[in-house]
Each structure stands twice: as structure tokens, then as C-alpha cells.
Design a protein around this ligand. Structure first.
Ligand SMILES: Cc1ncc(C[n+]2csc(CCOP(=O)(O)OP(=O)(O)O)c2C)c(N)n1
Length: 585
């Protein structure tokens, strides 16, 4: 029990009690009472963003880079609805964030009051849970529950909508000593019998593969995964969300599966007799046509969320539990089996996989007109920045190249919008990551289309000492859409030209734009300048840097499994498919 205070003061105290240190947000009428005591908090750093979408993605970037809950704040109505995209994004990619929104006074709720939006109703299907608080006494408990729900089990976004009168009313602060949430008790301990059954299948399999998803990163289970892989000798594929969960340079890593995955990773899943899915959800971008996906594979499916198991693909051995615990138990069980001489024999399988990876390595064409290959730029960016750099990507071709051509060695170094595919994610996510990990080099690898959706946060970065680096892979078009137009719409480029590079009109000029935002603006158009420009950017640490890399606009992302087709139809270059008969055993 404490002295009487306002609901707003109680909210600030509650946020402090959760250990929060940073809030990204924008004030407005309904949330204004909360901003007053926030002004006095010595623990909470509020970062004033330029658009609420930026606040939401920054909270995601902060959460993904640190493993802690990211926090964003907005006012009612348009402030809250601007958070919808990042909330949906966090839901799809299981990112723990708490969004606090102001709501119109409780007496006005339901009257179409000024700046009223039913944000609870709107976000119902895209939050792990959401609350509307109209009683000031309930603010601390609700905040405590929101953080607990966001961070535990399968992480995700939680929204706390608080009416203005609750923020203004007098209350006392009572922090709950314990939380009892009937109906919410995530299963974290895997079932021993299921783990034993999984171990048996792994030892007996001839063509097994570890299909690793983003859950392994969220569960911080990379060490356990490595132990499992090295104990068993199993091949590993890491999905777009799991890049960094297993070192790219590890000899057992076959790369990324899916629509733009490596032939070896896609082929490994297709031809396997046992898929061990760890924190992965058989997303359509990974499976291609489900009815022809991995036709001969039995499935062990381990996930913290029971709703994922059997959703897209029947599981022969379902295991519900935390990935770190599940993989840890699998290691212990398989080690005991190995001591009894029971180990898998995957030598013939590795012959197939090694042949696939040497026959179909990732590659790209160098343009013969002297223009820059985007893949080259991105691979140099990765090489010069090193394995500790954090890379946040936008959505499109540059995202896929950043997933393919940068080696990720550590979890938490690759941030992207995998599930929702949100253009505009990169700059604010990089901002959030840099706030959470100020000592890390943080890049946003962005497209010229994506960058124009959220680059206003450069102002936030410049003013708040958040020196991120942005590489705009400027192909002067909505490149990924243009690629589909090239391949599937007879090269009819309807509404994909953005006019952002020199042979056209260069609107906007990204280097000048960066300058206008108080950042260093650089441009690079030739192979000879790539390393020097990157080095220059890496040397700037007192303010944000933007490099406009003007690249060849006809570069395409390969390999590709076209939407609606099966993984067997993967092409490693245009009209070039693997010869599966020859490449199989
Ligand atoms: C908010 C949003 N709108 C539209 C799309 C559809 N879309 C996917 S990729 C893409 C093009 C992205 O262009 P750019 O940022 O220039 O990246 P590039 O593909 O050229 O690397 C579009 C429009 C999307 N994913 N997100």
C-alpha cells in the first residue's frame, strides 16, 4: 500500500516495477495524463517517435535484440490504430511487446466520441491478450499480467487500453505478489514419453533433418540446438525467422528452406524420412504446396504452442514444451542411447545432401553493364560488419538477399518481419535494437520502397543519439513485386517504378534526405566504392548514417519456389530446375 496517487502515477510505477527502461511512443489527449508523471520518472526513458508504427516496430526490435519485453505507448483513436500493423507483426513473429494506449473516458466509450476507436476489438485477433482498464485500482495488476503474458509461453503482443478517467482518478498502488491466471498456464516441460519416442525415431531414421524455426531463438535454445546437432550429426535447416539459431558457417548447416531457400535445404526437407520441427510452424512459405511437401517424412513437432501442432501437417510425435527444455531433454535421451551403442547412420544421406549443396550453391550474376549487384553489396556489408552486428531488414528482395548472403552466427543478430511481411519494419526495428543493444553495430538493410514507409524515424534516431546505419538497396522499384511481374505477368511493370535512382529523377534523393534528417548521407554506385563506403559508414558512431546503394534493377532472388507450386518445382535460376532423378540417391 502506498500513498494516494493518480492512475497515471500508478501506471508509471507499475511500468517501473516490471523493470522497463524504455518506452517508444507519442502522446495525445487520452494518454496525456500518463505523460505527466512519465516526465519525472528516472527509470523510464521515453523516446518520442514520429509515427506510432515506428514505436511498435521499435518495441519489436528492442525485444528481439534483447529478449526483454518491448514497450510502446499511444493515444486513443488514430494513435492506437497506427499501432495495429506492428501489433499484427509481433503476433505473427511471436515478439513480446506490451502496447499501452489511452482510451476516451469510460462514460464516453461507445458514443463515437472524439478519437474513439475500439482498439480492444480491433486487436482482438492479433494480440495474445488485451485488456480495457476503466478502474484505476486495476492498473498495476493489469500491467503485471500483460508483461507476464507477453513474455511467457509463446511470446506475443499484449495491449493494455486505459480510459482517461482511470488515469486521472485517485488510487493506491498495489503491486501483485503473485499472478494467478486461470486458463493461462503454458506447458513448458515436455512429456518424457514423447521425448523418448522422438529419440527412437531419430536413431532409426535414414534421412532425418532438423527443421529449426524462430521459436528456438525466442526460447534462447541455440546452445541446446548446437549440442543436439553435434551429438547426432543431423543436418540443420533454419527458417527465415531462425537465421542465427545455428551458425551459418557450421558444416551441418544447409541454409534456409522455403520459397527462396537453398536447394540443399529445400531438398533435404522434401526427401527426408523424418522432419524434426523445433519451434517452427510449417508456414506456407516453407512448405510450398502442402500436398506435395516432404511426402515420405514422419514428423516430430516440438512447439510451446499446442495450437501449432497438427495445424498444417500431421505430427507423428507431438511435443509441447519450451524449446530449450525439449531440446535439452532430447540431448540427454540421445546421449544415453548413444552410450548403449544406439546411434543413427546418416552417412548415405549426407552423400545426397553434400552433392546437392555442391551442385547448387547460392550464387548470383554480376551485371555486365557495370552497375552494382545488390547481392554483392549485401554480402560485403555482412563481411565487413562481422558476426556481432545486428541486421534488421525490410521486406522484399533485399530482405531475401540479406537472409541469403550474410552469415548469421549468433541468435538475435537477424531481425525481420517474417510472418506479416511488413514493409517499413527495418528502420524503426533497427532503432529499437540499437536502444536495447547500444554497443552493437546495428544496420537496417532496406529497400527504396520500404525505406519510404518509415524513414521519418531517422529524426528520432538523430535527436536521441541512436546511431543506426541504413543501407538502402535502391533498385528504383518495388523490386520483389517487379520480379513477380517479370516472371508471371509478362514483364508488364504496372505501378512498381519508384523513380529513386539517377537515370530517372531521383525522387527523393536519399543522401539529401539523410542530410535533412541530421544523418550522414552517402551514395555508392560502383563496385570499386562498395568497401570504402561501408568502411566510412562503420566509422561513424555519433549519428545515423544512410547509404544509398544504387543497384541493378533487374536482379532477381533465386532459388525460388513459385507461389502455389510444390517444393519439387524449385528453380535455382530462371527456368533451371534441379535434376532430382540424378540428384537423388
Ligand atoms: C506494407 C506493405 N505493403 C505492400 C507489401 C507488398 N510488397 C512486398 S515486397 C514489396 C516491394 C518492396 O520494395 P522495396 O522496399 O523497394 O524492396 P525490394 O523488393 O526492391 O528489395 C511490396 C510492395 C508489403 N509487403 N507490405
Amino acid at each position: 500500500m502506498t500513498d494516494p496517487m493518480t492512475g497515471a502515477q500508478s501506471l508509471v510505477k507499475a511500468l517501473e516495477a516490471t523493470g522497463t527502461d524504455t518506452i517508444f511512443g507519442i502522446p495525445g489527449g487520452a494518454i496525456l495524463p500518463a505523460y505527466d508523471p512519465l516526465f519525472d520518472s528516472r527509470q523510464l526513458r521515453h523516446i518520442l517517435v514520429r509515427h506510432e508504427q515506428g514505436a511498435g516496430h521499435a518495441a519489436e526490435g528492442y525485444a528481439a535484440a534483447t529478449g526483454r519485453v518491448g514497450v510502446c505507448m499511444a493515444t486513443s483513436g488514430p494513435g492506437a490504430t497506427n499501432l495495429v500493423t506492428p501489433i499484427a507483426d509481433a503476433y505473427m513473429d511471436s515478439v513480446p511487446i506490451v502496447a499501452v494506449t489511452g482510451q476516451v473516458p469510460s462514460s464516453a466509450i461507445g458514443t463515437d466520441a472524439f478519437q474513439e476507436a475500439d482498439i480492444r476489438g480491433i486487436t482482438m485477433p492479433i494480440t495474445k491478450h488485451n485488456f480495457l482498464v476503466t478502474d484505476p485500482d486495476l492498473i498495476p495488476r493489469t500491467i503485471a499480467e500483460a508483461f507476464h503474458i507477453a513474455a511467457s509461453g509463446r511470446p506475443g503482443p499484449v495491449l493494455v487500453d486505459i480510459s482517461k478517467d482511470a488515469l486521472q482518478a485517485t488510487t493506491t498502488f498495489r503491486w501483485p505478489e503473485s499472478l494467478d491466471l486461470p486458463g493461462y498456464r503454458p506447458t513448458t516441460r515436455p512429456h518424457a514419453k514423447q521425448v523418448r519416442e522422438a529419440a527412437r525415431l531419430i536413431v532409426e531414421a535414414r534421412r532425418p533433418v532438423l527443421y529449426v524455426g524462430g521459436g528456438v531463438i525466442r526460447a534462447r535454445a541455440a546452445d541446446q540446438l548446437r549440442a543436439l546437432a553435434e551429438l547426432t550429426g543431423l543436418p540443420v535447416v533454419t527458417t527465415l525467422m531462425a537465421r542465427g539459431a545455428f551458425p551459418d558457417t557450421h558444416p551441418q548447416h544447409l541454409g534456409m528452406p522455403g520459397m527462396h531457400g537453398t536447394v540443399a535445404a529445400v531438398g533435404a526437407l522434401q526427401q527426408s524420412d523424418l522432419i524434426i520441427a523445433l519451434g517452427a510452424r510449417f508456414d506456407d512459405r516453407v512448405t510450398g504446396r502442402l500436398d506435395s511437401f516432404a511426402p515420405n517424412a514422419a514428423v516430430i513437432h516440438a512447439d510451446i504452442d499446442p495450437a501449432e501442432i497438427g495445424k498444417n501437417r500431421q505430427a507423428d510425435v507431438p511435443i509441447v514444451g519450451d524449446a530449450a527444455e525439449t531440446i535439452g531433454d532430447l540431448v540427454a535421451t540421445l546421449r544415453a542411447e548413444a552410450e548403449l551403442g544406439k546411434v543413427g547412420d546418416y552417412a548415405a544421406w549426407w552423400d545426397v545432401l553434400n552433392r546437392l549443396r555442391s551442385t547448387y550453391p547460392l550464387g548470383y550474376d554480376t551485371p555486365d553493364d557495370g552497375t552494382l549487384a545488390p547481392q554483392y553489396v549485401i554480402s560485403r556489408l555482412g563481411a565487413l560488419s562481422g558476426p556481432d552486428a545486428i541486421i534488421a531488414a525490410g521486406v522484399g528482395q533485399h530482405q531475401m538477399w540479406a537472409a541469403q548472403f550474410i552469415d548469421y552466427e549468433k541468435p538475435g543478430t537477424w531481425l525481420n518481419s517474417g510472418g506479416l511481411g511488413t514493409m517499413g519494419f527495418a528502420v524503426p526495428a533497427a532503432m529499437g535494437a540499437k536502444v536495447g543493444r547500444p554497443d552493437a553495430t546495428v544496420w537496417a538493410v532496406d529497400g527504396d520502397g520500404c525505406f519510404q514507409m518509415t524513414n521519418q524515424e531517422l529524426a528520432t534516431c538523430a535527436l536521441n543519439d541512436i546511431p543506426i546505419k541504413v543501407a538502402v538497396i535502391n533498385n528504383s522499384s518495388l523490386g520483389m513485386v517487379r520480379q513477380w511481374q517479370t516472371l508471371f505477368y509478362d514483364s508488364r511493370y504496372s505501378n512498381t517504378d519508384l523513380h529513386t535512382s539517377a537515370d530517372q529523377v531521383r525522387i527523393p534523393d536519399f543522401a539529401k534526405l539523410a542530410d535533412a534528417y541530421g544523418c550522414v548521407g552517402l551514395r555508392c554506385e560502383t563496385v570499386a566504392d562498395v568497401d570504402a563506403t561501408l568502411e566510412k559508414a562503420l566509422a561513424v558512431n555519433d549519428r545515423p548514417v544512410v547509404i544509398d546503394f544504387v543497384v541493378h534493377k533487374d536482379a532477381m532472388v533465386w532459388p525460388m519456389v513459385a507461389a502455389g507450386t510444390g517444393n519439387d518445382e524449385i528453380q535455382f535460376a530462371r527456368d533451371m530446375a534441379p535434376d532430382w532423378d540424378k540428384d537423388e540417391l
